[in-house]
Design a protein around this ligand. Sequence first.
Ligand code: BG6
Length: 515
Amino acid sequence: MVDVSASAHAALSNNETTRGVRQAPPGSMVIFGGGGDLTKRLLVPAIYNLDSAGLLSEDFSIIVVDWAEMTTEGLLEQLKGALDDFVSKRGTNATTLRQDVWNRLSQSITYLRGSFEELSTFEALKERLGERSAVFYLAVAARFFGPIVDLLGESGLADQTDTISRRVIIEKPFGADLESAKALNARLLRSLDENQIYRIDHYLGKETVQNILALRFSNGFFEPLWNRQNIDHVQITAAETVGVERRGRFYESTGAIRDMVPNHLMQLLSMVAMEAPTSFDAEAVRDEKAKVLSAIQPIDLSQVVRGQYVSGSFGVGDEAEALRGYREEPDVAMGSQTETYVAMKLRIDNWRWAGVPFYLRTGKRLRRRKTEIAIHFKQAPFALFRDTPVDKLTPNIMVLHIQPTEGVTMQFSAKVPGPSVRLGGVRMKFDYSDWFSEGPSTGYETLIYDCMIGDQTLYQRADTIEEGWRIVEPAFTQNIADKSPLCFYPGGLDGPREADELLARSGRRWLDLNN
Ligand code: BG6
């Protein structure tokens, strides 16, 4: 029954070698900012997983570039520690590091010390790289994106030939508003072609996000209902239990809108709302995403609710864990106006979606960690039940669970057994883990592998990035403090009550976070 076609993920999930899955071509991965957290927590574990699955070439190497005073031996020690931690605690079936994989990896990693803003670093890198293909991963603060790419261009490191590819993966944040995103795109395109630029959004590495397209377009029964005739509204939720942790300084100038909406939430929205592409070809998929995003009206600030968490708790009684408020977090101003929660209503003006509101919400320090998309269908006509004890019908909702559980739930009505006609709400659930062996995944494996083989489908194109910023632009150009004043919500609960009112105005309500 389950037929997982040959793909990187199939190999990863089954923890087997490539059988029908293409090995990445020979080459190097150059990680700028390789001394940082992202490299240790996610990138190197992802590479370890790819290698364990036999997806890396024997001729693969990693060059870590950073400013810190460090030797290759010192770096290897840190990476080994991080990998031990990864395999013992997370994502992999094994609980100890595979020695054969670590031996191979450790022999392929070298450290290069240098400034990201000096040509001499790039000249040394060029020498070390030689005539090899390379993926340059920019795991650095956003202010270095421009300078690094300029110097990749100036040093000739970005030059490609028929046999040598040079690609650049760029982390978020990609700009801080529409103007800066456009300027960054323009700057990158001075040294690189669009087909060399891989703008990463880690949400697209999540297996269930990729599954949205499979679910919609490989089944006969969803797509015919997927439109304004049958759907009442759509809710997209990305709720987190964590606060801003040690990221106060970054978050103060960012806030929930910039941090989550133009990127992660727009990616989810475009997957759920786009038209069927003509193929899985990168351009076909990205064209459809760009089209649907371009049909979205910029946000109307009267339909935006911004919240900030104040002190609260997880749980009650003796077990309760006290939570401090955002303004008490390190590096946060006492009178900070930064939002840690946002809810909004969006309109898509096209034939499929006109009149169907899309409600988005995301926030920190909420009751539950949960990312999901809920498709609320229109109610069936009531006539049949008019003369029965049934006073209302259970709403038909299809929920795409993205994390922490992965799967799909459908909620509908069924007759309660017995002599009278009574209806009960029931749920049908598909759980990913019941059907597929769980993959040892960080979420970065597919993305990194795709870049190595030159597949841009899961990466963002310049136009979709700019569309995301265009949609939220009123938040930065209009007087948001007046039009969408900050509301406060206690940590550990459901967010501001004003967000409930946003839906209540039209008789709707959010799906319970505890659901
Ligand atoms: C990041 C944001 O991009 O995504 C973080 O900067 C946020 O603030 C994170 O916590 C959420 O990612 P995930 O995969 O945990 O949903």
